[in-house]
Design a protein around this ligand. Sequence first.
Ligand SMILES: [Mn+2]
Length: 245
Amino acid sequence: MIYFASDFHLGVPNFEASLAREKKICRWLDTIKKDATEIYLLGDCFDFWFEYKDVVPKGSVRFLGKIAELTDQGIKITFFKGNHDMWTFGYLEKELGVQMISNELIIERNNKTFFLHHGDGIGPGDKGYKIIKKIFRHPFSIALFGFLHPRLGAGLAKYLSRKSRLGKGDSDKTYLGDDKEFSTLFCKEMLTRQHYDYFIFGHRHLPLNIQLDEKSQYINLGEWVHDFTYAVFDGTHIELKSFNN
Ligand SMILES: [Mn+2]
């Protein structure tokens, strides 16, 4: 079984609520570890992550420990950089034994092709964000942020995070339609050039399972502040499920 989830946004809206969610994520990982061969976490596991040379952000210790436990057991775990946690520079690979993906990852399993991406900055539109993403990922910006005292840097990030969609609890949960949703338009555009069986994204915070044509599906993984949704591939089919335990 291959499992997919994203957008845990650990850290928001406050310590207590995030801790309860973190424990739930660990219960989910304990449940799936029995039959998981691979787990893909498609970005924004953390509402904020920035690694300094010798310092990492406080928090999420249960989650980090659980991931390490599972990779130690031999389960292959892949993390994706999200727009909230793109500033990781080797610590998670080294400490947790995960593989880290910066943009998209294309895999083939049981003769099915998967196009995996966090889902930020894809498709038409979102031009402002595409520029910000380039700046945020530029080595110069990263070096500059790294020089800020963490009290200032992490404080700034927390301030920005509090203003983010999910932190305020007003995520846009309405599907705009096949002709307006950037992610759906992106999939359709990709399919004009090459076939993929499954497109799997996070970021949108809206659980979706869309049949793009007879052979292709687009799955959006939703988020773990309200939905607790994940996808599972059993070798033949993919299913979007909700964890309520
Ligand atoms: Mn995101």
